[in-house]
Write a protein that binds this ligand. Structure first.
Ligand code: AMP
Length: 119
């Protein structure tokens, strides 16, 4: 990524193409790729191209981009065959929620029955 500040962000590096990932969708706002450690038959991560560290750091500028991500997620779920059977879109925010990568991302999980409440 051109911006040095985020050169060590693995998701920025995936978004720029510098780091390999199995992409399932990309456009000017969002990149979606398969999680390297899948927790369900469908486990796709959707990230904004713009580096934002967590949900807490989102500004109004990101509103349309985040809405776009949600719609893209629904399209991917349909393409993966779990659009009707059911899927989950989840963003972990902060350490206690399990956030390990400080670049906003949404997990799209589907293809099996998902327990609730989550652990
Ligand atoms: P979280 O724990 O919510 O921050 O989610 C981070 C996710 O990124 C985890 O599910 C990891 O398996 C996934 N992950 C980490 N590195 C990579 C990578 N290089 N390619 C794909 N997924 C990754």
């Amino acid at each position: 990524m051109a911006d040095e500040e985020h050169a060590d962000c693995i998701f920025c590096r995936i978004a720029s193409g510098e780091m390999a990932a199995t992409l399932v969708h990309e456009d000017e706002l969002v990149v979606a790729f398969r999680d390297i450690n899948p927790q369900a038959p469908t486990h796709v991560l959707l990230i904004p191209r713009k580096h934002v560290t967590s949900l807490n750091a989102l500004s109004e500028d990101e509103d349309s981009g985040i809405g776009h991500i949600v719609r893209v997620a629904a399209r991917i779920a349909a393409a993966e065959g779990c659009g009707e059977s059911g899927y989950r879109l989840v963003a972990n925010c902060g350490r206690e929620a399990g956030q390990t990568v400080d670049h906003v991302h949404f997990h799209l999980l589907g293809g099996r029955a998902l327990g609730w409440p989550p652990g």
